[in-house]
Design a protein around this ligand. Sequence first.
Ligand SMILES: NC(=O)c1ccc[n+]([C@@H]2O[C@H](COP(=O)([O-])OP(=O)(O)OC[C@H]3O[C@@H](n4cnc5c(N)ncnc54)[C@H](OP(=O)(O)O)[C@@H]3O)[C@@H](O)[C@H]2O)c1
Length: 286
Amino acid sequence: MYNGLGGQVGNSIQALENDYPQFDFLGLSHKELDLREADKIDQLFEKYKPSFFLQIAAYTAVDKAETDIDDCRLINAISTNIIAKACKKHQVKMVYVSSDYVYHSTVGSPIKETDANEPKGVYAITKLEGEIAIQNNLDNYYIFRTSWVYDSFGQNFVNTMVRLGNKLDHLKIVSDQIGTPTYAPDIAKSIMEVVQQNIEKSVKHYGVYNLSNQSTTNWASFAEEIFVREKIQCEITGISTEEFGAKAPRPKWSVLDCTKIKLTFGIELPTWNESLQTCLDNRSKE
Ligand SMILES: NC(=O)c1ccc[n+]([C@@H]2O[C@H](COP(=O)([O-])OP(=O)(O)OC[C@H]3O[C@@H](n4cnc5c(N)ncnc54)[C@H](OP(=O)(O)O)[C@@H]3O)[C@@H](O)[C@H]2O)c1
């Protein structure tokens, strides 16, 4: 059972359902389970008796969260605590998709799962609170910290750049945040690989894992790459995070060290450039 149906990662899980005929999937939309009323999960667990619950849905409007603190905390942290307790009661294993923002590291080397958590901003803090709620309640969980998520259809950086680049001659884009764009279907495949290894091969290794595509870029260079591949004529000027002035703080360094998931489950995602091309190819088919 998973939620977030309608979102980027949730839809990518749904797209994989046919690849796993041995599993019964039940995807929940926002309407079917509003995380503001997360205690309804109990009835759903009683009815469907899932072996896994994938908590993918979240309050993801990072800037809006700065002034919408209670709702963001209710959806990202309080609901996760309720769901984790229900998972314990019904012996359901839990997966939680978390964020690179829980680190907010200034270190110049790839961030390991054991590095300090110093989340800044409401969204980041509530994602870490969600993680802690799971760790306080459960032993059988996987937390996947991912970064800069996009897919071929959602409201994300790639689609925004294609739209704006085709309309405007010039764009100012932040160039001092370094990280790794991650393609939602790659995240979904990795989650399902871990779930499959857990159920079919008894490979457990519960815990926290970084999960991103490989190699690094910044937002301005990412946009340039999109424009080159889509043959879009639009000039880009790199600006600083401060000049852009988003409401919520953003980490300047979000490069995740994904060695742990590679050594534990043999999962190694493509480079962001390769997955960007896959995304653009899929986008043109839609
Ligand atoms: N996007 C990123 O760059 C990024 C980076 C790192 C980690 N993550 C994490 O990755 C996970 C998936 O992200 P995503 O990009 O797939 O998110 P997304 O596309 O923004 O989708 C979020 C999903 O959560 C649902 N949702 C929001 N409020 C809800 C509520 N009160 N009750 C139930 N469902 C609710 C949304 O439904 P509606 O659309 O119907 O409201 C949507 O299906 C999230 O946990 C996020 O924190 C994302």
